[in-house]
Design a protein around this ligand. Structure first.
Ligand code: MV4
Length: 483
């Protein structure tokens, strides 16, 4: 207990701030890093210390040597990688260990295992998870891949073996399309992951994307924190995440919890982690991949469980035993997370950068904002476009949606375009309210949302213009109002 005295956060933005907050509550010193493009970053000021890493703004958060030498120089005994960047680099986890630093995450062997998508399927199959039929390992040869596709039957999906986020992924409907799409997938995998290895799987039509949050210590204590429904995505980027899933049968849910906890126990996995599943239209369960990091959407699970996932993750890395048993947990209500991105929804979701002139965030009971944005902050085009996460919680699904509608209507950002209008349209959509969405939801809805979105932006601008004029009138007349 209390092994970590000072921790370096190898990340930026809201997750850096989230980890600093956890450190403060645990009495751990926090050390931030920042790139040349991040001089205005709020995490720099909130950490106990902060050090720049000069050069390319992306490379700064990927520079294993510099980050480790900084951590040593600053007298840190641990590093938290957050999500993205080095969070799933087995090489980084190993380098931390070798430098005598605690890597706050799983052991390097587990990061490496689950980074290899075919090895991961094989390992999970061995510990009892149902996997999708397909090639047993990566296939280099196109003819061999086509034979496998024919064997399992179309449609099939080609995926990058060392990828993620939908890159290098191709759905093949008929045999005639296979060769071209295979070459395509290999090229994209090479470009994004440096390895052209791909594998073939049966394509599951219109699935729900459900993931189980796991917390496990090094003594074999494994606890699940229920599921998140991440079906609402656009171009493989999650947009809205929900805990628990509003329409999952109790039987499927129990089965997912049971098999996930058992698999993690049998693997001897330590730290937090997420097991991703697809659920098909007949409620069949398929394991797809395991994430060995804390995820962007972890707050929805925190809201329904009362468990601080980041604090527990740090304690596990210190060698602490889990503080709670499965039976001791009390889950309550529903939480929804909306990723607020700086992008123009009316112009193909093109990233929007610039100075944030106004940032009026919603509040009130059951409303949480995880963000590193403030008024006057300039959003640069160097990093992904997520500027805030709005998380709402309430006792039941309908109340949570009502709260989301209220909170999204309150949210006002000026200076950059955001996807708030899209979220406002979603929480008014009957199919969303009824909870029966699948991964095809957003693509289907986008065309229909368009008009409504524009109207709500225009209405809001008109009202603000009216109020501004009244205020100007009062100012110029120098009228005094008695209340
Ligand atoms: C699939 C699939 C259907 N069948 N695999 C997307 C991201 C990655 N984590 C896994 N993904 C999928 N894998 C099989 N065998 C469907 C998805 C998928 C998806 C596919 C197309 C368009 C949107 C999607 C959203 C979520 C998941």
């Amino acid at each position: 207990m209390g092994q970590i005295k000072k921790l370096l956060i190898a990340n930026r933005g809201e997750i850096a701030l989230r980890i600093i907050r956890a450190c403060k509550e645990l009495g751990i010193g926090s050390v931030a890093i920042f790139s040349e493009a991040d001089l205005e970053g709020i995490w720099i000021r909130k950490a106990d210390e902060a050090y720049p890493i000069l050069g390319n703004p992306i490379q700064a958060y990927l520079d294993i040597e510099k980050i480790i030498s900084l951590a040593k120089k600053a007298g840190c005994d641990a590093i938290h990688p957050g999500y993205g960047f080095l969070s799933e680099s087995a090489e980084f986890a190993r380098a931390c260990e070798e430098a005598g630093l605690i890597f706050v995450g799983p052991r390097p062997e587990h990061i490496a295992l689950f980074g290899d998508k075919t090895a991961s399927k094989e390992a999970m199959k061995k510990v009892g998870l149902p996997v999708i039929e397909g090639s047993e390992s990566a296939v280099r040869d196109r003819d061999e891949a086509r034979r496998i596709a024919e064997e399992i039957g179309y449609p099939v999906i080609i995926k990058a073996a060392f990828g993620g986020g939908g890159r290098g992924m191709r759905i093949v409907e008929k045999p005639g399309e296979f060769d071209a799409l295979f070459d395509n997938a290999v090229k994209e995998a090479e470009k994004f992951f440096g390895k052209g290895d791909v594998f073939v799987e049966k394509y599951v039509k219109n699935p729900r994307h459900i993931e189980i949050q796991i917390v496990a210590d090094r003594y074999g204590n494994v606890v699940h924190l229920r599921e998140r429904d991440c079906s609402i995505q656009r171009r493989h980027q999650k947009v809205i995440e929900i805990a628990p899933s509003p329409r999952l049968s109790e039987a499927v849910r129990r089965e997912l919890y049971r098999m996930s906890a058992k698999a993690i126990f049998r693997l001897g996995y330590e730290s937090v982690g997420t097991i991703e599943f697809l659920i098909d239209e007949e409620d069949r369960i398929y394991f797809i991949e395991m994430n060995t990091r804390v995820q962007v959407e972890h707050p929805v699970t925190e809201m329904i469980s009362g468990i601080d996932i980041i604090k527990r993750m740090i304690e596990i890395a210190e060698g602490d035993k889990l503080r709670f048993l499965q039976e001791e947990l009390n889950f309550r209500g529903y939480a929804i997370e909306f990723r607020i991105n700086a992008e123009d929804v009316t112009k193909g979701f093109f990233p929007s950068s610039g100075k944030v002139q106004r940032f009026i965030a919603p509040g009130g009971p059951g409303v949480r904002i995880d963000s590193s944005v403030y008024e006057g902050y300039t959003i640069t085009p160097n990093y992904d476009s997520m500027v805030a996460k709005l998380i709402v919680w309430d006792l039941d699904w309908n109340s949570a949606v009502d709260k989301a509608r209220r909170a999204l209507d309150e949210f006002y950002v000026e200076g950059v375009k955001t996807n708030i209008p899209l979220h406002r349209a979603v929480v008014r959509d009957r199919d969303f309210i009824e909870g029966g969405f699948t991964t095809g939801y957003l693509d289907e809805k986008l065309e229909h949302f368009d008009l409504e979105m524009n109207r709500s932006i225009e209405e809001e601008e008109r009202r603000i213009e009216e109020i501004t004029q009244v205020i100007e009138k009062i100012r110029s007349a120098n009228v005094r109002y008695r209340l």
